[in-house]
Design a protein around this ligand. Structure first.
Ligand code: UFG
Length: 327
C-alpha cells in the first residue's frame, strides 16, 4: 500500500509517517519545510520537497504515483495568530486544501485523511464533547478547519472521494522510541513551553489563570499523545478503505489534565524547578475541553496507549533533555 503524507515533516506529520511505515506502507512525504524539519524525514520514506500552494507540484507527485490514499496535515495552526492574519490562514489552509483536493480528484486518490481540530467546536456547550456538538469556532483557525470539513463533504458527494476528518484535541508528547528527532521551533503549546522552562531556555512559565471553576483553578485540557493520534490515522485509513465510507472522529482521551497538574508532574519527572507564575487569563480559553472519543473507539477500535500524563511528560522531556543539555 502506498500513502502520500502531505505535511509529513511536521510534528504530527512525522509521527503519522512513522506509524504508516511501521505498518509496512510505502510512504512519500510531501512538505515545503516551512515549519517541517529535515530531521523529521525517515530514511525508509521517500521525500518530495514541494508546496501545496503550487498545484503543478502536487500534480507532479500525485499523477502516476499509484497512491492508495493521502493524509493532509499541511497547515498553519496557531489559533491566536489566525485572528491577526486571517489572509494567511485562508490561503494556506483553505486554498491549499482546495489545491490538494482538486489534484487528488484528478489523480483518483481516495481516501484523504484530514487533520482537523477540536477548534471547530468553539466553547463547550456540554462535556465531554462528541462529534455532534455544535460547531461554532471562536477563532479563524477553527473556522478554516470547519470549512475544509465541509469541502470534504462535497468532494465525497460529487467526486466519490472518501475522507477521514480527525479532530484532534491537545496533541502532545514524542515518539517513545526517540525516532522523531526534530524539535518543534517556537512552540506555542503548554507542554513544550513547560519543557523549555525546565531546560532553562525560558526563565519562567506563565500559567494563564488560576480562577477558573476547575479542581485547582487552572484550565483543563484533553492531551493525547501524538503516537496515539498517528495510530488513529492508520486505523481511519484502513476503516474507510474497507467500508468505502467517510468518517469524522474526535481524538482525545476523555481525561482532563489541569495546567497546574501538568507543571507539577513535569517538576517531578524532570527533577527541575520549572519556575511558574500565575498570570491573567488568556483571551478565548475555555475552562475545560474534554473529548468524547467513543466513536473512535467503536469504529476504529482505537485505544490510547501513551496518553497518560507520565508518558506525555517523559517522552517530551527525553527530547528536550537530549537537545538542550549537550555537554
Ligand atoms: N497555557 C498556559 N501557559 C502557556 C501556554 C498554555 O497556562 O504558556 C495553558 C492554556 O491557557 C490552556 C492550556 O495551557 O489552558 C493548553 O494551551 P495550549 O495553547 O497548549 O492549547 P489550547 O488548548 O489553547 O489549543 C490546542 C491547540 C489548538 C487546538 C486546540 C483544540 O493548540 O490548535 O488545542 O483543543 F485547536
Amino acid at each position: 500500500m502506498r500513502i502520500l503524507v502531505i505535511g509529513g515533516a511536521g510534528y504530527i506529520g512525522s509521527h503519522v509517517a512513522r506509524a504508516f511505515l511501521d505498518r509496512g506502507y510505502e510512504v512519500t512525504v510531501f512538505d515545503n519545510l516551512q515549519t517541517g524539519l529535515r530531521e523529521n524525514l525517515f530514511e525508509d520514506a521517500r521525500f518530495v520537497h514541494g508546496d501545496i500552494m503550487r498545484p503543478e507540484q502536487l500534480r507532479s507527485v500525485m499523477q502516476g504515483g499509484g497512491y492508495d490514499g493521502c493524509v493532509h496535515l499541511a497547515a498553519l495552526k496557531a489559533a491566536g495568530q489566525s485572528m491577526l492574519k486571517p489572509e494567511a490562514y485562508s490561503e494556506s489552509n483553505i486554498a491549499g486544501t482546495i489545491n490538494i483536493l482538486n489534484q487528488a480528484a484528478a489523480a483518483g486518490i481516495s481516501p484523504v485523511i484530514f487533520s482537523s481540530s477540536a477548534a471547530v467546536y468553539g466553547s463547550p456547550r456540554y462535556l465531554p464533547m462528541d462529534e455532534d456538538h455544535p460547531k461554532e469556532p471562536e477563532n479563524f483557525y477553527g473556522f478554516t478547519k470547519l470549512e475544509i470539513e465541509r469541502l470534504l463533504g462535497w468532494y465525497d458527494r460529487l467526486k466519490e472521494m472518501r475522507y477521514g476528518a480527525i479532530r484532534y484535541f491537545n496533541a502532545a508528547g514524542y515518539d517513545v522510541l526517540g525516532r522523531v528527532r526534530g524539535l518543534e521551533l517556537n512552540p506555542e503549546n503548554l507542554l513544550p513551553i513547560v519543557m523549555e522552562t525546565a531546560a532553562g531556555i525560558r526563565s519562567k512559565l506563565l500559567i494563564f489563570g488560576d480562577d477558573y471553576p476547575t479542581r485547582d483553578g487552572s484550565c483543563i485540557r484533553d492531551y493525547v499523545h501524538v503516537s496515539d493520534l498517528a495510530e488513529a490515522h492508520v486505523r481511519a485509513f484502513e476503516y474507510i478503505r474497507q467500508h468505502d465510507k467517510s468518517i469524522t472522529v474526535n481524538l482525545g482521551t476523555e481525561n482532563g489534565i489541569t495546567v497546574i497538574e501538568m507543571v507539577e508532574r513535569a517538576r517531578a519527572i524532570t527533577g527541575m524547578a520549572v519556575p511558574a507564575e500565575i498570570s491573567g487569563r488568556r483571551e478565548g480559553d475555555p475552562a475545560e475541553l474534554v473529548a468524547s472519543s467513543s466513536r473512535a473507539r467503536e469504529l476504529l477500535g482505537w485505544v490510547p496507549k501513551y496518553s497518560d500524563i507520565d508518558t506525555l511528560v517523559s517522552s517530551t522531556w527525553k527530547m528536550y533533555e537530549k537537545y538542550l543539555h549537550k555537554p
